[in-house]
Ligand binder design. Structure first.
Ligand code: PLP
Length: 405
């Protein structure tokens, strides 16, 4: 077994060697610009892009022309919200999203609020689940967009997307989902789920960083977007800029492999995740699981270790890559807003660790990480005066009902 062990696959994933192999020729001999119309280098690049576009579309039940390439899901999320708001100004000025979205959505929503749009942030229950009735109640005659993430990047909760999509369509409202953590891990089909726009990124599915896509429905209804970037009119004028052909080829290979292997991989990862949970919870008390027991990504485990600071726990086991709070917001030292939204008090929110298992993790690694957690938590608790004082008294009743963040 090689150290350090990587178990933070919600933050990013390594490029699968099969993906790298598919990409390599497009850096060197097949380097053409896909927009070059007058020579074979351009035609070759364009052919590779269109083949990739079709493969990505096939993986989610879409049409090739409905895939708009972007630099990643941050851009896709921005384009979805600001793009709809940009054209929807005449018809309405209200957007519905949730309190536990990724910052790419929350910050875009705040940007729109500053531009005088109204945003409703629906809450989640103690498992991190959205109640579709809350979404229904939030709808007004002015609502132009509902954006709810498919699966959460911290606690792995899978939302009732199909119900929310159906609800949006009933009312003629555009429905967007950030499916970054879901695609390739669980089945996602834009038609079955009534999705009009969907954000994707390659680096969460063993593809390269710097490439993503926004699925944009073409028919019934046709979604129109105002571009964020002006330029050469690439991607139907919605997203100008020379296409990064090697990245696009890698993205297509990665999503095809992930979807093909999803069933097998999901059951393997769920078994590893359950084993990890068992090692930890059978040997430590006052460990609390965050998120849903059933509606959860197969590779996700999020635990709070009472009396232990998540940051100190990570410092105490430097040969394992895990995350406390969300990796995407780890520049901030505040406790995770997702954990606060599910009702965790400051203490338990600060003591949470996210485990994200992935394609190359082994049973051996899971045993190592589980044992290392038990050892490190015991060591830190032995040093904690609070733990000595409160030994045996559960801190669970200290949970807050809901936070306003
Ligand atoms: N949305 C979710 C749910 C994510 O987990 C992430 C990345 O952490 C993003 C969006 C941003 O994706 P990207 O890194 O491609 O910009």
């Amino acid at each position: 077994m090689k150290l350090p062990i990587y178990m933070d696959h919600h933050a990013t994933t390594p490029v699968d060697p099969r993906v790298l192999e598919a990409m390599l020729p497009f850096f060197t001999e097949r380097f053409g610009n896909a927009a070059s119309r007058h020579h074979s280098f351009g035609w070759d690049a364009e052919g590779a892009v269109e083949k990739a576009r079709q493969e990505i579309a096939d993986a989610i039940g879409a049409e090739a022309r409905e895939i708009i390439f972007t630099s990643g899901a941050t851009e896709s999320d921005n384009l979805a919200l600001k793009g709809v708001a940009g054209v929807g100004a005449g018809t309405g000025d209200h957007i519905i999203t949730s309190k536990i979205e990724h910052k790419a959505i929350l910050d875009s929503a705040q940007h729109l609020e500053r531009a005088d749009l109204n945003v409703t942030y629906v809450p989640v229950d103690s498992e991190g689940l959205i109640d579709p009735d809350d979404v229904r109640r939030a709808i007004t005659d002015r609502t132009i967009l509902i954006s709810i993430m498919y699966a959460n990047n911290e606690i792995g909760t899978i939302q009732p997307i199909r119900e929310i999509g159906a609800l949006a369509h009933e009312r003629g409202i555009v429905f967007h989902t950030d499916a970054v953590q879901a695609v390739g891990r669980i089945p996602v089909n834009v038609n079955d789920d009534h999705i009009d726009m969907m954000s994707l990124t390659a680096h969460k599915m063993y593809g390269p960083k710097g490439i993503g896509a926004l699925y944009v429905r073409e028919r019934r209804p046709r979604i129109r977007l105002a571009p964020l970037i002006d330029g050469g009119g690439h991607e139907h004028g919605v997203r100008s800029g020379t296409l990064p052909v090697p990245l696009i080829v890698g993205f297509a290979k990665a999503i095809s492999l992930a979807v093909q292997e999803a069933i097998q991989e999901s059951s393997r990862l769920a078994a590893l995740r359950d084993r990890l949970n068992e090692i930890i919870t059978s040997r430590l008390d006052e460990v609390y699981i965050n998120g849903s027991a059933t509606k959860r990504l197969p590779n996700n485990l999020n635990l709070s270790f009472a009396y232990v600071e998540g940051e100190s726990l990570l410092m105490g086991m430097k040969d394992v890559a895990l995350s406390s709070g969300s990796a995407c917001t780890s520049a901030l030292v505040e406790p995770s807003y997702v954990l606060k939204a599910v009702g965790l008090g400051e203490e338990l929110a600060h003591s949470s660790i996210r485990f994200g298992l992935g394609r190359f993790n082994t049973v051996e690694e899971v045993e190592y990480v589980g044992n290392k957690i038990v050892e490190t938590v015991n060591r830190l608790r032995a040093l904690s005066p609070l733990h000595e004082l409160k030994k045996g008294q559960s801190v669970r009743p200290g949970r807050e009902v809901e936070s306003s963040s």
